[in-house]
Design a protein. Structure first.
Length: 279
């Protein structure tokens, strides 16, 4: 599976960069991923520990949306992630799917998500919310007959918001690996890969080339956790590991030359590249 994800990613990045003329351009610079990866991961829906019933119901509703094609249809709107969607209709047991409209119409499902983590979740310029995870959650609420409420937050506040009851779940490109016992989990719905994003003219072509460099990462993300744990030996070679509240700010610093690289999940990085190329 990990090898398959890597192959898909490589093909996806070739198509993306070709479409963008070789990469995202900003002042003549182009942005690419190193071929070496930091690791693979899977995204799932995290609920407060013990909230088994809600996790089961939401999972069943997601399964219904896989079966009726809504899941894939939403994915088509987000080309940077559609090839990583992992749920297949043929793998789903109909007995796990709740009846459409069977939810309490007075129940408001409070969706907690990172306010700046495109293409999964983000605030638009007009103040509305968007992203694959947002649209899928809204579709779950429509299927169940629930009301939907968005609860955007800075990523490092996610546990505080969940434990305080401000939201019912964390659903925002949320990595399950390493957190298995901390939450009650709904379904795993997407795969991903952690990598390193650099300017193509930086001279950085391998992980070893990051020695002495300034590398940015969003705080409390799986990339940050990898660099503190399984990839600490790599991080120890950096000149500096600089943390950011959002990857958007980190990417702006990469464009400005304030940092040399970003440790980031490749679907989010691909979105930043394609969005920059479209400007």
């Amino acid at each position: 599976m990990k090898k398959l994800i890597s192959v898909i990613l490589a093909a996806m990045m070739v198509v993306l960069l070709a479409a963008c003329g070789g990469g995202s351009k900003s002042g003549g610079a182009q942005y690419v991923f190193l071929e070496e990866e930091m690791g693979t991961e899977s995204y799932a829906i995290g609920f407060k520990k013990g909230n088994e019933d809600l996790a089961k119901t939401v999972t069943g509703a997601v399964y219904a949306l896989v079966k009726d094609g809504t899941y894939a249809k939403i994915g088509e709107k987000y080309p940077d992630i559609k090839d990583y969607l992992s749920l297949k209709a043929e793998d789903i047991n109909d007995a796990d799917i709740p009846a459409k409209g069977s939810g309490d119409p007075n129940f408001t499902f409070k969706h907690g998500f990172d306010l700046d983590y495109p293409p999964y979740s983000y605030l638009k310029d007009d103040g509305s919310v968007g992203g694959f995870d947002v649209e899928l959650c809204q579709a779950v609420c429509e299927y169940m007959g629930w009301k939907y409420e968005s609860v955007p937050f800075n990523w490092e506040a996610k546990d505080m918001e969940l434990n305080a009851g401000s939201c019912d779940c964390i659903w925002s490109g949320f990595t399950k690996e390493g957190r298995e016992d901390k939450y009650t989990w709904g379904c795993t719905y997407s795969n991903n890969v952690q990598g390193i994003l650099v300017a193509s003219d930086s001279g950085i072509t391998t992980l070893a080339d990051l020695a002495g460099k300034t590398v940015g990462v969003q705080i409390d993300t799986s990339a940050a956790e990898m660099l503190e744990d399984s990839k600490k030996e790599l991080a120890d070679t950096f000149g500096e590991l600089k943390t950011y509240e959002t990857y958007t700010v980190a990417f702006n610093d990469l464009k400005a030359g304030a940092i040399d690289a970003i440790a980031i999940d490749m679907t989010a990085g691909a979105y930043l590249i394609s969005n920059e190329a479209a400007k």
